[in-house]
Every structure is written in structure tokens, then in C-alpha cells.
Design a protein around this ligand. Structure first.
Ligand code: AMP
Ligand code: MG
Length: 493
């Protein structure tokens, strides 16, 4: 029998699958098959994720794998499902949503769920076409790996595969699939779904599953009188607080923090109109569809807290006491600022907390905002200054020189007597040289649309190790061109 004939039955990715989420039963999902896309091709691949999954070397060499990851061939041993969830979108209850275009192949024996995003319609597509366009798929792929490179919890992405099949958005675009990977894709919205429908049995089955799998310490908690569900809520809230601190410190704007886009594991999930800030503008709105600025950069920590309230509301039947549920959210208010200050301190090259750190941090952010100074470049140049003592490259970024000099004085006083080499090293590890700016993604996307995928690979390599110097790649670490501010990114993807 020819290889091809074998391949047309099912592709063996060399992975072993276990039931995972599907063991919860049919109330939680629909079994289905991805809808094939014609003539798939590779757009980008992350070998780091391939290794994490335990894929065999040469995994991408077979046509069957390419077809399988584009939804055109079944995967041997996998039982694909689309899960159901609900959620609050832009502050309003949206009712049932669900995986409208993401199809989960299953969970690997190593404990990673694998999803094909853009693999066709599901019972949860609600009028959508179940597809994802090449543009947004490249953005999700690169940003997942960029966030991981930055040390920020995130879903990962194995690859993007494309097809010339047309997809109709504002204009005709081409289709793509992102193969994404995470220990779990469960969202706040999964809990909200069963709570809103008063399905307490499913609600507790889901909570028990997530606690046993991902938060086992809640079973033996002595917090809240041993209430495992309250301890779970507190743990999710603290992970979310830590995540938000990282977003704010690195200048990441998610863009669509609906409760269905909030990971129960505190991962960055569902990359849509996200943006890394160029010039520092706390009120920046990266989502063109967000006319009210609900998800503006500086609103994110509060929105996350609001979203956690929705989760608390959903878990209330299990927690059993409103006061306990509210108490379980309380630590967000201390974990977020502590984590944020810790991250900012590291960016400033400071290893230990001291009085006066908060004004030092607030002072620099105020200066950056007043001058709309490039956020990433400022921090990297400040790290350079710590290493070589040359202040001009940093100072040049500010029109308000007097303001900067005054801040620098307090910064220098704070570092008085400290080991500058050590501080510089900490700063270099805390202030990335490379972030996925909109214009960088855009250039790679436009090349890919012309079938040149080398830009995607180049960016991936830089973003996977964003704290390294990468000699020769300075063009990717520079100021955005003027046209960058004209890029409009909406929910349409
Ligand atoms: P998002 O804001 O992109 O996370 O999506 C919100 C909801 O819309 C989720 O239920 C998605 O599965 C669904 N959705 C988004 N785009 C599509 C599409 N093209 N086809 C079907 N469902 C979609
Ligand atoms: Mg979503």
C-alpha cells in the first residue's frame, strides 16, 4: 500500500491521546470533525512547542501531518470536540458562545490539549464561518510564542497552516489554522455557562475536574474553613492578578477581555486585536471596535477583577456563601500591586523593595506618558545606561529633560552603593529588546500573503528569546514607522 493511501485514512502525529476534558461527558461539548481546507501549506512552525508536545523529529515532513493540522485529515487516536461556554462581552451578558471555530483534538498523554483554531463551523458558530484569516492566525502564532519568550503565562502555538480558500471579512482574505496548545483551554465562561443555566451538577463536575487536574492544593486547604471551591476562586484570582501585573509591566494590551477570553489557568488566551504599546499611553485602546475604551490599557487590571466577580458569581452555588466568595477575591487587591511593583522593580534593576519605590515607579510612568515615550525602547536604553553609564540615549527620548533629570537623580540615589553590573544584568533580563509590535507583525503578514513566510520565521526566532541582543536585528528593535499608527485592528479575525 502506498504511503499516501495510508495517509488518507488518518494521520499519525506520533502522539498518544487521552480523554481529558472529553471525560466530562457530552453536556460539555459536541463531537465533530474539522472541515477540510484545500491545498494546505506551512506558514510558520514552533519547534519549541513541537518538543514540548513530544512530537517526533521530522514531524512536519509528512503531507498527512500538514493536512491533519489544517483539519483535512483525521488525527489517529484523537476524538475532536468543540466545547460549550457562555460569557460577558463588553460588560454585557452574551449568553451561549462556545468554540465557534476552535476544535480540540484532545489531550496528549503529556497533559497538553491541542486545538485547531479556524478548522470550520461547529454548533457554537452562531452565524460565523468557523474560519480564521491568515492575518490574525499569524498574529496569534507569533504573539503566543512571544509571550512565552517574555516569561508570561500563555497558551502556545505549534504552527500556522494556510490555504488559499477565500474567507470573507471586510475584504476577501485567505484561510489559516493555528494549532494551539495549553494544559487547558477552560475559560471563566465555561463556569458561567452552567451557572446561568442552573445546571449545578455540571457546574460542580467542571469545578471538580479543574480543581483535581490543575489546582489540587485546594482539596487540602485550610482557608475558608476548608472550602475547596472558595480556595479555587482565590487561586484563580491570584494567578489572574499575577498575569495582569505582567501585562501591565511589559506594556501588553489584550483588547478583548471578555469573560470568555479569560483562562481559568491565568494564561493569556485568545489573541485578537492585542498590541504591545509603542509610545506609552496608559489610555491606549488597541481594539478598533472598542469605542468606549472598556479594554483600554490602564483599565485591564480593573476589568480582570470585574471578570473575576463574574466567575465568583458562577461559583456561588458551589461556594455556598456570598461573603466567602467575595472574601476569596480579596487578595487580588494586594497580589496585583505587589506583583506589579515587583516586575517594575526588576525593570529598574532593583532586587529588593524599599520605601520610595512606588513614587519612583509612578514617576517614571508619568514622564513616559507625558512624552508618549516609546515604552520598550525606554526600558532597554535604561538597561544600557546601567551597563555603560551613557545616559544620552535615554535622555534623548524625553522632551522634558528637566523632568527626566530629576527622576534620574532619584533613580541613581536609589542605586547608590549597589553593584551596577548586577543591576544591569537584571534589567537586561527584565526589559525585552524585541516585542511583537503591530508594524512588525504587519510586515510579516503582508509577505506571507505573497507566499513569503520567511518574515514569520525571522520574527519567531527573535521573539522566542527577546532579551538577547541578536546582533544584526536592530531594525526589529527600532521605533515604529509613522504608518504603524494607521494600522486598525478590530475583533474581525
Ligand atoms: P473572540 O472574541 O474572537 O474570542 O470570539 C467570541 C466568540 O465568537 C467565540 O465563541 C468564538 O468561537 C466565536 N467566533 C469568532 N469568530 C468566529 C468565526 N469566524 N466563526 C465562528 N465563530 C466565531
Ligand atoms: Mg474568544
Amino acid at each position: 500500500m502506498s504511503l499516501l493511501a495510508e495517509d488518507t485514512e488518518a494521520a499519525d502525529l506520533g502522539l498518544r491521546w487521552k480523554p481529558g476534558f472529553a471525560a466530562l461527558g457530552p453536556a460539555f461539548f459536541t463531537e465533530l470533525r474539522p472541515t477540510p481546507l484545500p491545498d494546505p501549506y506551512w506558514v510558520g512552525r514552533s519547534e519549541a512547542v513541537a518538543r514540548e508536545l513530544g512530537l517526533p523529529t521530522g514531524w512536519h515532513e509528512s503531507k498527512a501531518t500538514l493536512a491533519a493540522l489544517t483539519g483535512s485529515l483525521p488525527v489517529a487516536g484523537a476524538r475532536p470536540i468543540a466545547t460549550v461556554y457562555s460569557g460577558h462581552q463588553f460588560g454585557v451578558w452574551a449568553g451561549q458562545l462556545g468554540d465557534g471555530r476552535a476544535i480540540m483534538l484532545g489531550e496528549t498523554e503529556g497533559g497538553l490539549e491541542v486545538q485547531l483554531k479556524g478548522a470550520g463551523r461547529t454548533p457554537y458558530s452562531r452565524g460565523g464561518d468557523g474560519r480564521a484569516v491568515l492575518r490574525s492566525s499569524i498574529r496569534e502564532f507569533l504573539c503566543s510564542e512571544a509571550m512565552h519568550g517574555l516569561g508570561i503565562p500563555t497558551t502556545r502555538a505549534l504552527c500556522v497552516t494556510g490555504s488559499d480558500a477565500p474567507v470573507y471579512r471586510e475584504e476577501i482574505e485567505s484561510a489559516a489554522v493555528v494549532t494551539r496548545v495549553a494544559p487547558s483551554f477552560v475559560r471563566f465562561g465555561h463556569f458561567e455557562h452552567f451557572a446561568a443555566n442552573q445546571r449545578d451538577e455540571e457546574l460542580s463536575a467542571l469545578a471538580d475536574y479543574v480543581i483535581d487536574r490543575y489546582y489540587p492544593a485546594c482539596r487540602t486547604t485550610d482557608r475558608f474553613g476548608g472550602n475547596a471551591y472558595a480556595a479555587f476562586l482565590e487561586a484563580v484570582s491570584e494567578r489572574t492578578a499575577a498575569l495582569l501585573a505582567q501585562w501591565q509591566a511589559v506594556g501588553f494590551c489584550h483588547g478583548v477581555m471578555n469573560t470568555d477570553n479569560m483562562s481559568i489557568l491565568g494564561l493569556t488566551i485568545d489573541y485578537g486585536p492585542f498590541q504591545f504599546l509603542d509610545g506609552f499611553d496608559p489610555r491606549h485602546i488597541c481594539n478598533h471596535s472598542d469605542t468606549q475604551g472598556r479594554y483600554a490599557f490602564n483599565q485591564q487590571p480593573n476589568v480582570a477583577y470585574w471578570n473575576l466577580f463574574c466567575l465568583a458569581q458562577a461559583l456561588l452555588p458551589l461556594i455556598g456563601d456570598q461573603e466567602v466568595a467575595v472574601a476569596a477575591l480579596e487578595s487580588y487587591k494586594t497580589v496585583f500591586p505587589n506583583e506589579f511593583e515587583g516586575r517594575m522593580r526588576a525593570k529598574l534593576g532593583l532586587t529588593e523593595a524599599a520605601e520610595g519605590d512606588r513614587p519612583l515607579i509612578e514617576g517614571v510612568l508619568k514622564l513616559l506618558a507625558a512624552g508618549k515615550v516609546d515604552y520598550t525602547i525606554f526600558w532597554r536604553r535604561l538597561s544600557g545606561y546601567m551597563a555603560d553609564g551613557n545616559v544620552e540615549p535615554v535622555r534623548d527620548l524625553f522632551l522634558d529633560r528637566a523632568g527626566f533629570d530629576a527622576w534620574l537623580l532619584s533613580f541613581s540615589q536609589r542605586h547608590a552603593g549597589a553593584d551596577r553590573t548586577l543591576a544591569a544584568e537584571l534589567m537586561r533580563r527584565s526589559n525585552p529588546k524585541f516585542v511583537l509590535r503591530n508594524h512588525l507583525g504587519q510586515q510579516a503578514i503582508e509577505a506571507s500573503q505573497q507566499k513569503d513566510h520567511s518574515g514569520v520565521a525571522t520574527l519567531l526566532a527573535l521573539l522566542q528569546t527577546p532579551f538577547e541582543e541578536h546582533p544584526g536585528a536592530d531594525a526589529y528593535a527600532g521605533f515604529p514607522p509613522d504608518w504603524a499608527s494607521t494600522i486598525e485592528i478590530s475583533c474581525s479575525s
